[in-house]
Design a protein around this ligand. Structure first.
Ligand SMILES: [Zn+2]
Length: 920
């Protein structure tokens, strides 16, 4: 049954029902017969814009508190545990004008999940105990991002707008804004805010489930009729975002990372009601072009800009910033006026002609194809997306709205172009050396504001079209047909269609996702790329320069979603192409053809070498937990040097070394490839011929290289200290397995599955030791392992260590008394995850490609793990945990502080440990 009032794609087999409850709640039910799980998402038209002025961050805090107990389910942590034990996950976010809450779960537990979910919005407890605890979680979340340039620059933006516009408010909150005050307690403020803002008329709910629409409707009526319903829907904002003094200015901002950017933004009013025309994204497509004759190409030739992106920027119910961001070269730091003139020439060219209807028709065609063949998504993703869309689109366009693209009349097009004027413009100049006079609140970002000179503004307004900057050409990749393979062409598993010593090709026709797309992976084993650290660094730079050289030629392909990626891997370089199957083999063939035939330019070499080095050195500014994880992988994998070593090797690389490296790189090449998707057998043969032909004209072939890893056996437990540029403390504990068997994999996965929610609950919710807390199943190559991580603004690693050891003990004691039923249920939850079907063609392609990388040629590992898991007994699991969680397990502790005073751990440095592992 299709709902005639909601437009849906002819290939969309779901049925929909849209309804409004008497309390004002708008609901969309989606019946997806083959959905593996059920999901719900509730979006409410309340966000940080609604925060009471002295309590910034309250909407965000409320989002956290709703999860911590409601009248009928009062125990904090119960909701999370219930969801995760039944194969689901949950989360929430708070935005400017909306907040959203969502979960998914095995369908058998959907009814109870909804009951718990709805009760959060009907009668939240806001217990004093958790108000006090959870405000520390907000503080930790705040301090985690103190060094994040996105946040730091956002705050400068907030301080340079109309202060009466709610965008000026600080959104995250911290211990200062979320505290008891003379006016009243935080708990009371929370309760008042909930009463003043949360009401069914402001909420949109989407359900996605294999349950019938009637059954879903019943659940909604049963659980959501009791929502508070005392408020009217919201009205739109009226305060302007910018007053005249906030326009035609330049902000100079010092970033934390070493980046150089010029961001130009033009202010627009609310554009949501023009969504039918997609004018903004069309203009972004024109200005963001990277082909021959584009604005980017022009500025690159002048040596001013490395990259450009167009069309981003903040937006809300009465404003939209259209930004064009230029990533600057060193020369570009002093080339601001030239860049602006080029931009205004490009704009003048758009303004002096009617809408380029041929190019518009290309975008329409593409958008129509993506509507016909929508990317499949999980029940959860669908529910999230729809509940937000319901806040923005009228009923009939809840699905179609994103795909609707009608030709606007020229007056409207010109009206939108009219917003691109110099007096409606703001600049952000972001670079380490800029002169600053102010410090932004909360984030201490150094910045200054200067008006743009009237002379410059006049000059820009007088810019004329420049014949060096042109509109994109007609897209050559938008040809051919996109018909789907017959269903009976589908293959259950990839098949080796060519296997010789130097080349193997795997093929799988796949019709499961009803899409005209496909994926091709090509792994090039290149012994010259991994001989030493200098060559590993050179390989990475080679890929950057290669991509830079070919960008202009292949950009048109990327604008129709025909994408190519090159990755440096531990055996060499891999290429991944994806998108429409038509023309994709041709694209790959052209790419391969370019590889041995590159002319490198010394200026670009110097520029990209500098950029890559900067990028690597910036990673020392990543958050401490990420730093510890990259250290871990560097220690255990010999062909994965630390980023500092790579950066040093890169610094030492001369242009002539590089040219010699380029001549050697493709000397011995082994090729392994997989094509999967809407491909016919003859296309698979065509790919084989392409690869074979390419390889034949190289100097010689090579053999497949393996990916070595060190075993930690007998080296642990060991404590490694790493210095990081961040005030937070962080600890990562890694417990690796001794063997890579399916039984060990099952044990480690189950350990992670059971430990994960408990560790989070204990260390974060109960003890508030940090915001980033968790565990993960982290295999190194095929060897399984489990990692515990915690990052804390104010707790020393010694205490984090002790809290973890205490947690291990308590967890063991709990597991030893676990009932057989509970164990069976937990196992079931994990089995369901293991049996989860691929939710997209891309996920499937990656899964098979990973298996080939591990030489799992029967693609049976997952089933072997599942069957080992099914056979696992509770007593074996307990015996395993007793060993794993023992203080002398061969573990690595990576920490930002020194080792605990009273402990048996040996202390070592990363370099020493690596040395010992090498000598094993
Ligand atoms: Zn949060």
């Amino acid at each position: 049954m299709k709902n005639s009032q909601i437009l849906q794609s002819p290939n969309d087999s779901s049925s929909y029902e849209y309804l409004q409850l008497s309390n004002g709640l708008t609901v969309l039910l989606v019946h997806q017969a083959d959905s593996e799980k059920s999901a719900a998402a509730l979006t409410v038209n309340v966000g940080h814009f609604d925060d009471p002025v002295p309590r910034e961050g309250l909407a965000h805090f409320l989002e956290h508190m709703l999860f911590l107990g409601s009248a009928r389910y009062p125990v904090a942590g119960d909701y999370q545990q219930f969801i995760s034990h039944h194969g689901g996950s949950h989360n929430a976010w708070t935005g400017t004008e909306h907040s959203s809450f969502f979960f998914d779960i095995d369908t058998a537990f959907f009814a109870e999940g909804l009951d718990r979910f709805a009760d959060m919005f009907c009668q939240p407890l806001f217990s004093n105990e958790y108000v006090e605890k959870e405000r520390h979680a907000i503080e930790a979340e705040f301090s985690l991002k103190l060094k994040d340039d996105g946040r730091r620059i956002y705050q400068v933006h907030k301080e340079t707008i109309n202060p009466a516009h709610p965008f000026a408010k600080f959104s995250v909150g911290n211990l200062t804004t979320l505290a008891d005050t003379a006016e009243g307690s935080l708990q009371q403020a929370l309760q008042d805010f909930f009463t003043a803002q949360y009401s069914a008329s402001r909420m949109t709910l989407a359900l996605v489930s294999p349950l019938t629409l009637a059954a879903q409707k019943q659940l909604v009526l049963q659980h959501f009729s009791a929502l508070p319903a005392h408020l009217l829907a919201k009205t739109a904002l009226t305060e302007p975002l910018y007053l005249p003094e906030h326009q035609a200015i330049q902000l100079n901002i010092q970033p934390h990372r070493d980046t150089q950017k010029l961001v130009v933004s033009f202010a627009m009013p609310d554009i949501q009601h023009w969504y039918k025309y997609k004018i903004i994204s069309f203009i972004a497509h024109l200005l963001g072009d990277e082909g021959q004759g584009s604005l980017l190409s022009y500025l690159k030739q002048l040596g001013l800009v490395n990259q450009l992106s167009a069309g981003g920027g903040i937006d809300g119910s009465n404003y939209k910033d259209f930004t064009i961001a230029f990533e600057l070269t060193d020369a570009g730091l002093n080339g601001r006026d030239t860049i602006l003139q080029a931009l205004f020439s490009a704009l003048a060219q758009l303004k002096c002609q009617p809408l380029p209807s041929g190019l518009f028709a290309e975008r329409q065609k593409l958008l129509h194809w993506s509507y016909l063949y929508q990317e499949p998504s999980t029940a959860q993703q669908t529910a999230n997306h729809l509940s937000v869309s319901m806040q923005h689109y009228p009923k009939e366009d809840v699905i179609f709205g994103d795909y609707r693209m009608e030709l606007p009349d020229n007056t409207l097009y010109q009206q939108v172009l009219g917003y691109f004027s110099s007096d409606n413009m703001r600049l952000m100049f972001i670079a380490p050396g800029v002169t600053t006079t102010h410090e932004a609140r909360w984030y201490q970002t150094p910045y200054s504001v200067e008006p743009l000179s009237p002379a410059l503004l006049r000059q820009l307004d007088n810019c004329q079209p420049d014949s060096a900057i042109t509109l994109p050409a007609a897209n050559p990749y938008l040809t051919g047909d996109i018909s789907l393979l017959e269903k009976n062409a589908h293959m259950a598993l990839p098949k080796a269609i060519y296997q010789q010593q130097a080349l193997s090709v795997w093929y799988k026709a796949d019709t499961d996702f009803h899409t005209p797309k496909g994926h091709i992976f090509v792994q090039l084993s290149l012994p010259h790329s991994i001989e030493n650290c200098a060559q590993m660094a050179a390989t990475r730079l080679w890929v950057e320069l290669f991509l830079d050289n070919i960008n202009q030629q292949f950009y048109a392909a990327t604008t129709i979603g025909l994408v190519y990626h090159l990755h440096v891997q531990r055996q060499g370089i891999s290429i991944h192409t994806s998108g429409l199957a038509t023309n994709q083999i041709l694209l790959l063939q052209e790419l391969l053809k370019q590889m041995p035939a590159q002319q490198f330019d010394e200026t670009r070499f110097a520029e990209l070498k500098r950029q890559l080095g900067r990028h690597w050195r910036n990673s020392s500014k990543n958050k401490p937990v990420s730093r510890l994880f990259s250290q871990l992988s560097a220690i255990l994998q010999p062909l994965n040097p630390e980023i500092e070593q790579l950066a040093d090797a890169l610094d030492a690389l001369s242009f002539s070394d590089f040219l010699q490296f380029d001549r050697d790189l493709l000397q011995q090449v082994h090729v392994e490839s997989l094509l999967l998707g809407n491909w016919s057998a003859s296309q698979a043969t065509q790919l084989t011929d392409v690869l074979h032909g390419w390889q034949r004209q190289l100097p010689s072939t090579g053999v497949r290289l393996n990916n070595p890893a060190f075993a930690l056996q007998g080296q642990g437990p060991v404590w490694l200290q790493l210095d990081v540029e961040h005030n937070d403390h962080a600890l990562v504990i890694y417990l690796p397995a001794q063997q890579a068997t399916p039984e060990q994999m099952a044990l480690f996965m189950l350990a992670n599955h059971t430990l994960s929610p408990e560790y989070f609950h204990q260390l974060r919710t109960e003890q508030q030791l940090g915001y980033l807390v968790g565990t993960g199943y982290v295999p190194i190559n095929t060897l399984p392992g489990i990692a515990f991580y915690v990052q804390s603004p104010n707790t020393h690693c010694e205490q984090l260590y002790e809290a973890t050891i205490m947690f291990f003990r308590a967890f063991l004691a709990d597991t030893e008394t676990m009932s057989a039923e509970d164990f069976a249920e937990i196992k079931q939850g994990l089995l369901a995850q293991l049996h989860e079907r691929d939710n997209s063609l891309g996920a499937r392609a990656k899964r098979y490609w990973l298996a080939l990388g591990q030489q799992d040629h029967s693609f049976a590992l997952n089933d072997q793990i599942a069957s080992a898991l099914s056979e696992l007994s509770l007593s074996d699991f307990i015996a395993f945990l007793q060993q794993l969680l023992l203080p002398d397990y061969d573990a690595i502790f990576l920490a930002t502080d020194g080792k605990p005073t009273h402990s048996h751990l040996q202390f070592s440095t990363a370099a020493d440990l690596k040395q010992r592992l090498k000598q094993q």
